[in-house]
Design a protein around this ligand. Sequence first.
Ligand code: ADP
Ligand code: MG
Length: 605
Amino acid sequence: MSGDVKATAAGVTGAVQDQAGSAQETDGPRIGDLLRLLRGSGRTVVAALVLTVTGTVVGLFQPLLTMRLIDRVSAHEAVASLVVALTALFLAQAALEAGGQYLLDVTGESVVRRLRRRLVERLMFVRIQELDGRRTGDLLSRVGTDTTVLRDMVAGSFVQLVTVGVTGVGAAGLMLWIDPVMFLMVAATLVVAAVLVAGVMAGIRSSTEQALAGVGAMTADLERALGGIRTVRAARAERREAERIGADVDTAYTAGLRSARLGSVVGPAMEIAVNGSFLLVLLIGAVRVSNGSMTVSELVAFLLFATYLVMPLAGLFNALSLIQRGLGSLGRIEEVLGLPMEEVTQASATPPAASSSTLLDLRNVTFSYGERPVLRDVCFTVPRTGIVALVGRSGAGKTTIVSLVEKFYEPDGGHIAFDGTDIRDVDPRAHRARIGLVEQHAPLLHGTLRDNLVYATPAADEESIRETLRMVNLEELVERLPDGLRTEVGDRGFNLSGGERQRVAIARALLGRPHLLLLDEPTSQLDLINEREITEMLRKISRKHALLVVAHRMSTVRAADRIVVLDDGRVSAMGTHEQLLTDDPFYRRLTTDHLKHPDADRSMA
Ligand code: ADP
Ligand code: MG
């Protein structure tokens, strides 16, 4: 049983190490990049530094006062004022350090906030192709988890390092002053310990990266499984999913164990070094005191300083490992922050409308997502009014054409002109303002039904909302909803049917009064009655607007003024339904095999 677990764990580590190995080829972030995180919190950091360093320096006076105290006691002098001074020093140190830590925590929170805002901003504006092939959950974990790693680093390491430095230099100087030989002995053991720590640090950093990659994979897989929970249950794959996601958890666990192992070596080794040097100091100190070359108070002070030098080593170790973890997380965050944004073309926002009757013109458009060409030499036009239907087998490239027209991707070759201007030269947002898009799987967005309707046109007035609802036959739905237009819809609210969602999407697109309405299989989720109504509605809209419809149902195809037949990324024929039926064998086959006939629907019902 435990053998099995070990075997899987080892397999997982191996796989992850490969990943980490390839990821390390690109230069990771450096300490300077970590310091740059503090930009924007400069004043708070300086204040925190001042408080903490002052606190540390105040602390350094304690052994000196203690030394004086012992001397006075052995000389039978009054010590009340010294006791008061020592107490004041303790209190001052505690207050200063607490204040410093508070300011650091504030800085840490600000760093997280800045990073998260930048990440969210970047993810919203990134080029769509950068999100292709990425797992949403992994991106989520970078925004959620990796930023908190950096917060902990900022709050727990920078000033600690400074404190260790100040304490170290201060204590070392004072020890050197009290007894140089004994100091050198302590220093030598500490140098050995430090070298040891440095060697282990690299290992801790790489296991941290693996652990975070494991958390990212876990979030991604979990997000996917929960998103499709009904399919998972229907396939009775709960156990399998739980195991698979569990394996990601194990990856993080294995990496965490490795960090723990590395960390556990350091602790005892340091302790041996430290206690050894302590014993040495005590022995030699005792000899010195007995032969009169050192006073008892000097020995006490020396031992106190030695503690000062040694105690922060635990903090140093902690700070360094936080920094290693921070570097790992910063790498993952910077990778997202470095994703290219959609180019904003500064050229004319919306070029003046050309007077030709053609609104959209695709000329020799070629495109591929990767190696395999998806569109080849696609040519067709969409007039200012009327319906152009795009038909073809699934995978022919229909949705890809819609994406190119929306400027989600740039064509590899050829041109797409809108209103007589190549859309390459138009600002993407200005371009999209002229187009209404209804996606294949029309998603609901956050908020109420009304929010969803006016998503693209927040200023829409009630009258046009009502009118549009009438057009897409959603009035009845609004009446049925508990709070009408103010009903929360989507994940956390009222669940709309696929057909209702599509009609909401059509209404949303129409409210923007677009020049061109792009509909990707708008009737795929509709029942027969709705389909007829929608087709009728599309006809009505097409008197004033241009419609490019990826059609899926015969009724929509028949209603089209022009049909573009797409076969494996090429336009294989164009014409009206009647023309194509007589002239084009491929179209004939398509109508029997792929396009849904109302009769077929009826027989299925
Ligand atoms: P259709 O809408 O006609 O069914 P698509 O335009 O969605 O077809 O897809 C055309 C081809 O491009 C398919 O082979 C599909 O697998 C591929 N494809 C679609 N989107 C992507 C993407 N984001 N990355 C890689 N390949 C894709
Ligand atoms: Mg499609």
